[in-house]
Each structure stands twice: as C-alpha cells, then as structure tokens.
Design a protein around this ligand. Structure first.
Ligand code: ADE
Length: 242
C-alpha cells in the first residue's frame, strides 16, 4: 500500500514513520510512504505558497496552484486514480471502521492544510474525502495524516507480526480489550487473576470476553450501546456488576 503526503513540512514525518512497526513495514516494502513538499511546486520567485483571503479577514490561505501541481506530479504517472483525503476538522470523524475501509485502497494521497485553510477550489477539484481525527483544531493536517497512516498500515497484512495480532484487541468487535498482565505474579500486593494461570484456554477466553464486555460498559457506554449481546452475555454482565 502506498501513501503520498502533500505537505509544507515533509521532514516531520520521518521521525515518526521511520521508527518501529511502520518503519519496519517500509523496509520490508509492505507499505511505502512519501512526503512531497508542496513548496517545491510554487511558481513564485519567493517560493510563496499562501496569499491573503479574498473578501478580507485574518490569516493566509494556501493557494490552489502549488497543491494542484504537486498532486499532478503524482497522478500523471499513474493509470488509476488514487483516493485523495484532505485532513480537516470539517471532515468525517476517523474511526476504526473507516481505517478498515481505507486499508483496501492501494494508494492514498493525504493532503495536509495549514494556516487558515486552503483555497476551496482545490477541495472541489481533487479531494475525494475530508477526514477529521477529532473535534478539536490542530495547527495543520500533518499529525492527523500520521494518525491515519499508522492506524491503516497496521491493518495491512504482513505489517504486524501475525495477522491475528489485531483481531482480539480494543475496538475489534466494537469492544475494549480485556486487561493484560505479565510477570511478576505479584506487584505492590496486586496479584494476576488466577484464571490466567490455570492453563484452561476455554475458560480464559470466556473470562476475557466477560472482562471486555464489562470494561466497555463501564468505560465506553457509547460503544456498549451499539453491541449486539446475547442474553447469556447480559446475564454475566449483571453478575459482574452486582
Ligand atoms: N487539521 C486541523 N485540525 C484537524 C483535525 N482535528 N483533524 C484533521 N485535520 C485537522
């Protein structure tokens, strides 16, 4: 899977995306990430990429032309059209199911805005989807782009050590993950639940499911209300809460 990022700050992606799991996935050529500097495509002798807003007001607006030319430098070599995502607080809220859908794309172009925004016509001309990572305002789309790349990449087969590695965890099946423990058996007087030392896998799985349901109920009632629980699950939850 390929990610091209259109940005004014290509350097800041290296620190995050060259490390750890995403870094390894790039070395193994399972994913490819390129940051393209929009400023390299300005026609202005001062390398200007923004200008005053028509109609007045504070702040600057990113001009359409350098963004468009940066975009064209990617797509003119292709015989397909990659999906273009503009990171913006006005976009649709990013979540795990959006990540699952986007991992099916072979090529994403992530457009990072800055200043007060970008010329509306570039959104109309090239953007397929506007995506927000949360209801708060950041100084630019770079951190959101990294969030998308990290979250989508780990769903791409081969990026995690085992594909199953992501099947059990938080937000799969819409539930939070069960509690995890490692050695030592006792820490500050707190012991690991005995069931986890029993070696009885069916019982351990049952216990974990029960913990997931209980946690989701207590910590994320918004997610809990969307779960399709069996009568048996509901009974166990009531017992746990008693
Ligand atoms: N750009 C600025 N704030 C943002 C947000 N919350 N999500 C995506 N892009 C943004």
């Amino acid at each position: 899977m390929k990610f091209d990022i259109l940005t004014l700050f290509p350097e800041i992606f290296d620190a995050v995306l060259k490390e750890s799991i995403i870094g390894r996935a790039q070395e193994k050529n399972i994913i490819e990430v390129n940051a393209i500097n929009i400023r390299d495509f300005t026609l202005d002798k001062h390398r200007k990429v923004d200008d005053y807003p028509y109609g007045g007001g504070t702040g600057m607006v990113m001009m359409a032309q350098p963004i468009y030319d940066a975009y064209m430098s990617i797509v003119e070599k292709l015989d397909y059209k990659p999906k273009v995502i503009y990171l913006s607080p006005q976009g649709k809220l990013f979540n795990q199911s959006m990540a699952e859908r986007l991992k099916e794309e072979k090529h994403l172009i992530l457009l990072c805005g800055h200043y007060e925004g970008i010329d509306e016509r570039i959104i109309e001309e090239i953007v397929d989807e506007e995506v927000s990572i949360g209801d708060y305002v950041l100084t630019g789309g770079e951190l959101p782009a990294m969030v998308l790349i990290d979250c989508i990449s780990r769903l791409v087969p081969g990026v995690l050590a085992k594909e199953e590695a992501y099947l059990d965890e938080s937000l799969n099946n819409g539930m939070l993950e069960y509690p995890q423990y490692t050695r030592p058996y006792e820490f500050k007087g707190r012991k690991v639940p005995d069931i986890l030392l029993s070696g009885h896998h069916a019982n351990i799985n049952k216990w974990r499911r029960r913990q997931s349901i209980k946690r989701t109920y207590l910590k994320r009632p918004d997610l809990f209300s969307q779960l399709n629980l069996s009568d048996e699950d509901r009974k166990l939850l009531e017992e746990d809460l008693r």
